[in-house]
Design a protein. Sequence first.
Length: 358
Amino acid sequence: MSQAVAAVAEGTRDSRGNTTDADGGAAPAQGSDFAPLLRTVKGQGLMERRTGWYTVRIATDLIALGAVITGMFLLGDTWWTLPLALPLALFWARVAFVGHDAGHAQITGARRAARAIGLFHANLLLGMNEAWWNDKHVRHHANPNHIDKDPDVGVGALVWTQKQAARREGFARWLTRNQARLFFPMLLLEGIALKVSGFQYLRRQPARERALSALLLVAHLGLYTALLLTVLSPGKAVVFALVHHALFGLHLGMAFAPNHKGMEMPDPDGERWGHLRRQVLTSRNVRGGLLTDWFLGGLNYQIEHHLFPSMPRPHLRLAQPMVRAHCEALGMPYTETGLVESYRQALRHMHEVGEPLR
């Protein structure tokens, strides 16, 4: 997940060296409603990077992955190895969260170092093309929940507006009618879908970048296959891989689903929203303690993350009171719910989108 994601509102530079905001334009004017909040956050040192914190986090994740793999070898060719797919999926998600943070320049401001971290975590460890994710995620951050510009609310297996639903036909129409109840089961396929999308994106990459991405993706597949076939018989290896990827996809979906689904969706033909309004009204925070922070990878502070994408993950909690107070002073809604309630709101939105087809 390359540093192009770091084209953020606080005026950092993207991979081409341009100073931009999250909408791809100039950094916010000093007179904007976001500027005072930005000055306050910077004054508290919350934009300063926490390289040491991330070093410990990365080392811990790698040790945990090593422990799970060691457990697989110790158990050997037995169905008792299958339960280890759960902790392997959990720590794969930690790897994904670090790759996400590297793409946002939260770990380091050096573009090459940030991309190296992203390539290692995404392409090699997960088999997910960081360039594909970066391209998709940049567009999402620039215009969250914008039906014409955010790829996360474009027409796919699921749809997000009744206008999209009205165009569905055949099997897709049935899927939309039932998409709320099918959402979590469909997430079981997401782990494999991430790999497929990454390989499909290779043809869109420049030749030199494509070669490195492809090499690491193929290396991942080779190492993963070798691990499973060394430990397990082919039949058990296939079952382990399917369960592992299903749990991984479910976990990532559970981390990303609460963030924007069911929140405001800007009218493509309406007025252009400023940075603060665009990011706050389309995002939802999830209440919780350290366990919630760990399980959701800091994405439970979605409002703060969208306002300050390059803010290190451990600082998001510290910035939250300032952001909430700023929104209250402006009379701007600030949405925060419990984890279960966030899922309920997201599913209710999907149910309402499919309602005309029922």
